[in-house]
Ligand binder design. Structure first.
Ligand SMILES: Nc1ncnc2c1ncn2[C@@H]1O[C@H](COP(=O)(O)OP(=O)(O)OP(=O)(O)O)[C@@H](O)[C@H]1O
Length: 264
C-alpha cells in the first residue's frame, strides 16, 4: 500500500535569539511515512523536535527544507490557497483540552465551527451532524449546550477530537493528546482513539514522551534525538530489541507494561 503521508529530509530551523546568532536546527533531515489506518509514534525527550515536526506536517510552519507529501502532493511548497483544500484532511489534536476550545463558544458551536469555516455548514443537516459527532466520541448529546469550563478535561478532549473529525480527516496529528489529562481518564480517550481508527480507517501521527502509551497504540515508532531520527520501525520489535543505546535508555526508564485498563 502506498503511504498517505511521506516526510522526506524535513528540516525546521528557528532564528537565533540574538542578531547574527546561528539558527537553531530543531528538525534535521527527518524522514518517515504513514499509511492509511496506521499509527506512527514520534517519541523522544523534551526539545528533540517532535512538535516542530508536527507543525511542519500540518503546515502551521513552512519547512525550511525537505518534502511533506500528503496523498502525493508536497505540502511544503504549496501556497495558502492551494493548502486550503487539503487542510481538512489533516487535523490536529493538541495537548491542552481547554486551551484548544474558545471559552465562550458552546460545545455545539465549537464542533460546528470547522464546517462553518470551510463553508460546509448546512443549517438543515448541520445539527444532526453535530449530534452524530458527539455520539462518535461517546459524549452525551445533552452536553451540546454547555460551555467548555462546564466539562471535565477528558470531555473537553473528546470535543477536540469531535471538532477534528468534523472535517472528515484522513490523518490526525495527535500532539501529546492525553498528557494533560488525569491518569484515570487517559485510558478512556486512548481507547476512543483506537476505536475511531478501526471504524474510520484514520492514520495517526502520535506524538508522545510516554512509551507505555506508544507500546499500546502505535504500529510503528520513530525515536528522535536532537532533531534526528535515531531509530525507527515496528513498535513491538523495537521495544523487544532496540538497536540504539538511546532507545534502550528511554525504554529502561519506563515502568512495567501494560496497564490493565487499556482495551486489548
Ligand atoms: N518558536 C520557537 N522559536 C525558537 N525555538 C523553538 C521554537 N519552538 C521550538 N523551539 C526549539 O526547538 C527545539 C525543538 O522543540 P520542539 O518543541 O519541537 O521539541 P519537542 O520534542 O516537541 O519538545 P516538548 O516535548 O518539550 O514539546 C527546542 O530546542 C526548542 O527550544
Amino acid at each position: 500500500m502506498t503511504a498517505l503521508l511521506e516526510v522526506r529530509d524535513l528540516t525546521v530551523r528557528y532564528a537565533g535569539r540574538r542578531r547574527r546568532a546561528e539558527p537553531l536546527v530543531a528538525v534535521d533531515g527527518v524522514s518517515f511515512e504513514i499509511k492509511a489506518g496506521e499509527t506512527l509514534a514520534l517519541v523522544g525527550e523534551s526539545g528533540c523536535g517532535k512538535s516542530s515536526t508536527a507543525a511542519a506536517v500540518l503546515r502551521l510552519r513552512r519547512p525550511d527544507g525537505g518534502e511533506v507529501r500528503f496523498g502525493g502532493v508536497d505540502l511544503a511548497t504549496l501556497d495558502e490557497s492551494a493548502l486550503r483544500g487539503l487542510r481538512p484532511a489533516l487535523q490536529p489534536v493538541f495537548q491542552d483540552p481547554y486551551g484548544s476550545l474558545s471559552p465562550r463558544l458552546r460545545i455545539r458551536a465549537a464542533i460546528a465551527e470547522p464546517l462553518r469555516v470551510q463553508g460546509r455548514w448546512d443549517p438543515a443537516t448541520g445539527p444532526a451532524r453535530v449530534a452524530e459527532l458527539l455520539d462518535l466520541v461517546q459524549l452525551d448529546r445533552s452536553l451540546a449546550g454547555r460551555l467548555p469550563h462546564e466539562l471535565s478535561g477528558g470531555q473537553c478532549q473528546r470535543v477536540g477530537i469531535a471538532r477534528a473529525l468534523a472535517s472528515e480527516p484522513r490523518l490526525l496529528v495527535l500532539d501529546e493528546p492525553v498528557s494533560a489529562l488525569d491518569p484515570s481518564i487517559r485510558a478512556g480517550v486512548i481507547n476512543l482513539l483506537t476505536r475511531l481508527q478501526a471504524d474510520l480507517g484514520l492514520a495517526y501521527l502520535f506524538i508522545s514522551h510516554d512509551l507505555r502509551l506508544v507500546r499500546h497504540l502505535a504500529h510503528r515508532m520513530a525515536v528522535m534525538r536532537q532533531g534526528r531520527i535515531v531509530e525507527s520501525g515496528d513498535t513491538a520489535e523495537i521495544c523487544a530489541m532496540p538497536s540504539s543505546a538511546y532507545t534502550r535508555a528511554l525504554l529502561d526508564a519506563v515502568p512495567p507494561f501494560p496497564p490493565s485498563h487499556f482495551r486489548k
